[in-house]
Design a protein around this ligand. Structure first.
Ligand code: PFF
Length: 453
């Protein structure tokens, strides 16, 4: 039975914005965005990404926030309330974040390892052989799992404290700190001698590098970075009072998220160019390239420590929101108390993280369907490439064609209390543009077509 138990909690206005921004700003901005920009042609990727954020990103963000605010339930309960037959979309909203958090925690653990190593003054040694250091760490059998466990415990402690005392409070401290640190590192990076080439690569689009892959990567990044297609914003929206102005929030949160991603690009890419590294290093960019970059800077250890702390803060406020989805579902559906629910989710996620982490080392030979990847990559593929866009697509269909724009508008405006300024734009986006674009890109990027050919 879905109820609205007293253990649910609620956000203040500022608390909601910071928590929603905290959910969106994470490894996606500081780790993925710079390396995706680096490997997808620089400025042209940035432009495509901005267009997708303003169209599909805004639409799905407002859609999720409104569903949450109106129903005051977790994603499964929420879809059950607005469109009973479409409850499976809500199931994705609980399942996908759970799948993602299993490996997000592992990456959070890697970040903690780099903080510890920087604090111990080991940066120069790492920088000398950074690729081997990184590989040796992630393929080891115990150390990454221990760091993952520490990261998981931090999450559980914040979530069990509740929506106000835990999530809101952590976000209010960590988010402003994150922006200050990010500004400092970005300023340092763009003022390095030789940074100009990196700034050009980043800001001057070269349209000859535009390809279908650029668009696919940008769409996936939009969903991941804005925490869309997995119910996170439904759950956070469900802690909002009815009279909240979510139309503004749905603009502000993507703006903050995009600002953070752009700043992360400024923090990383000019420094990479200034020291003669390759921007297209891929996922290893912050773990392999950056230590070498920091080491070559004056006070490198200090910069490295500040940077990895910054990434850690961002990762925590995001993983908390991933864990919060299944936690809210256990509270709403089974009347479980928050503390118990949070620990159950965290422990099960940790147990799944163990084989995922080992699959980069001793178990790397074991592969799984459908793509024949190791379990770490396979779960990532299923969650991010298959299910996340699918959830976004179905959400647009439910809002545009089942629940209906008029009901949706009532939810956004609290029954006409405010004007829904972007109603026409939203309607065109949610009914036609967003689902068509997501479907087309999903078909091509999911590898589904290759099964039939
Ligand atoms: N948006 C987060 C990031 O950019 O790292 C990741 C994330 C958090 C995705 C929460 C989904 C979510 F529900």
């Amino acid at each position: 039975m879905e109820n609205q138990s007293k253990d649910r909690g609620s956000f203040s206005k500022l608390g909601f914005i910071l928590a929603a921004a905290g959910s969106s700003i994470g490894l996606g901005n500081l780790w993925k965005f710079p390396y995706l920009t680096g490997s997808n042609g620089g400025g042209v990727f940035v432009i495509v990404y901005l267009v997708i954020i303003a169209t599909i990103g805004f639409t799905c963000m407002l859609g999720e926030m409104a569903i949450g605010k109106y129903t005051k339930l977790n994603p499964i309960g929420a879809y059950g309330k607005i469109a009973e037959k479409w409850k499976f979309v809500g199931v994705l909203g609980v399942l996908v974040p759970f799948l993602i958090v299993t490996y997000y925690n592992i990456i959070g653990g890697w970040i903690m390892k780099y903080i510890v190593e920087s604090l111990l003054g080991h940066l120069p040694a790492i920088a000398g052989d950074s690729a081997n250091f990184f590989t040796a760490h992630i393929t080891a059998s115990t150390s990454p799992i221990v760091y993952t466990l520490i990261f998981v415990i931090i999450n559980a402690v914040i979530i069990q404290a509740g929506v106000n005392e835990g999530i809101e409070r952590a976000s209010k401290i960590l988010m402003p700190l994150l922006f200050v640190l990010l500004l400092i590192v970005a300023f340092r990076s763009v003022t390095l001698p030789g940074a100009v080439e990196g700034i050009k690569f980043y800001l001057q689009p070269d349209f000859s590098k535009l390809s279908f892959n650029t668009v696919t990567a940008a769409l996936g990044q939009c969903f991941f970075s804005l925490s869309l297609g997995m119910g996170a914003m439904i759950t956070y929206g469900s802690y909002l009072p009815d009279n909240s102005h979510i139309e503004q929030d749905a603009v502000l949160v993507p703006l903050l998220d995009t600002f953070a991603a752009l700043l992360a690009g400024f923090a990383i890419l000019p420094a990479v160019f200034a020291f003669g590294f390759e921007p297209s290093a891929g996922p290893g960019l912050i773990f392999i390239t950056l230590p070498a970059v920091f080491d070559a800077m004056p006070f490198g250890t200090l910069w490295a420590t500040v940077f990895f702390f910054l990434v850690l803060f961002a990762a925590i406020t995001s993983s908390v929101s991933l864990v919060e989805n299944p936690t809210a579902w256990l509270i709403d559906s089974y009347g479980m108390d928050r503390k118990k629910a949070a620990w159950i989710v965290c422990i099960v996620a940790f147990l799944i993280a163990i084989p995922e982490s080992l699959s980069m080392g001793v178990w790397s030979g074991i592969t799984f369907p459908p793509m024949g990847l190791n379990i770490f990559d396979e779960i990532g593929y299923i969650a991010e490439s298959l299910l996340m866009p699918a959830a976004g697509f179905f959400m647009c269909i439910v809002i545009g064609w089942v629940w209906g724009i008029d009901n949706f508008a009532k939810a956004v405006t609290n029954n006409g209390e405010y004007e829904f300024k972007s109603k026409k734009y939203f309607e065109i986006m949610v009914k036609y543009v967003a689902p068509a674009a997501i479907f087309f890109i999903w078909l091509n990027s999911s590898g589904i077509l290759s099964i039939f050919s």
